[in-house]
Ligand binder design. Structure first.
Ligand code: ATR
Length: 273
């Protein structure tokens, strides 16, 4: 049977095996999908061994995405832009192809929630790997403006300069942000510590869409805060997780699985519904 897995550390709580097993059942693909948690300095060897032993493809998650970028034979254009690889496919001619499906997953999830990206003013919070992966797919939707704000402003400036050729992207300091924005995407890891990015409450209005790439069994700190200040449409990163997985599955198998039912089952599994 064709073998796939996700590399991460820690990876025990990954939902990828659950999601890909449901995709495989739904599309009647024969495959198995497991977990691998190599020591941080043993990822390269573990990756090589997996493919030497007949593995067909893998996902890569924290903290290995940047290293995976350096280990593959060939990069997709979107992985090149993201500077990170979350999906690897062994092609028929034996080439390890590195791809990045995170940004496409974000955009697919935003669209599935009915969020309009074309001609919109988007505020992206954070300038780490998650923000970098999102930029090219977001700019491809032709927003009127995309503003990056980050605690360390120089990182936001660097990102804006790097992606400037793809669209109207600028960097602004949190305290100097001028609304209104149509969509705020939180790519920071602040919610992991129950913290908030230093965003002025005045930027939140009833018609704004709020997206937190983090997720949990209950609302993230950022979503709670946005709701308190009047946001009516809030979304967490669970849908992005399922959509990036669907994109990876499509890269591997050439067949696109449906995501709605899988997302519902994942929510049930997490105790969200
Ligand atoms: P990832 O790869 O998930 O994006 P990362 O590269 O560690 O992770 O980036 C984390 C992002 O969250 C950074 O933009 C970080 O801001 P700094 O560049 O200033 O470190 C941001 N971040 C983390 N905690 C934050 C907090 N409490 N408030 C605001 N931003 C925060």
């Amino acid at each position: 049977m064709d073998r796939y897995l996700v590399f991460g550390h820690p990876v025990r709580h990954s939902k990828s095996p659950f999601i890909h097993t449901l995709f495989a059942r739904q599309t009647q693909q024969e495959l198995e999908y497991g977990l691998a948690e190599p020591a941080v300095d043993e990822f390269a060897q573990a990756l090589r061994t997996f493919f030497d032993q007949g593995g067909k493809g893998c996902n890569v998650t924290v903290p290995f995405k940047e290293q995976a970028f350096t280990l593959v034979d060939r990069l997709s254009p979107r992985a090149k832009r993201a500077g990170a690889v979350n999906t690897i496919k062994l092609t028929d001619d034996g080439v390890l192809l590195g791809d990045n499906t995170d940004g496409a997953g974000l955009v697919a999830d935003l669209k599935s929630h009915g969020v309009t990206l074309a001609d919109s003013r988007i505020l992206l919070l954070g300038a780490g790997g998650a923000a970098r992966g999102a930029l090219a797919p977001l700019l491809a939707e032709l927003p009127s403006e995309l503003v990056i704000a980050n605690r360390t402003h120089t990182k936001a400036q660097q990102l804006a300069a790097e992606f400037h050729d793809l669209g109207p992207v600028t960097a602004q300091i949190y305290e100097q942000l001028a609304g209104p924005f149509d969509l705020v995407i939180n790519s920071t890891s602040a919610s992991l510590q129950g913290e908030l990015p230093p965003l002025a409450p005045a930027l939140i209005h009833t018609d704004i869409a709020i997206y937190d790439m983090m997720y949990g069994a209950s609302d993230t700190a950022f979503i709670c805060w946005a709701k308190q200040h009047g946001a009516r449409q809030t979304m967490d990163g669970l849908g992005m997780l399922v959509e990036q997985a669907a994109e990876a599955f499509t890269v591997w198998r050439g067949i696109r699985p449906g995501t709605k039912q899988v997302l519902r089952e994942l929510k049930r599994n997490l105790g969200v519904i």
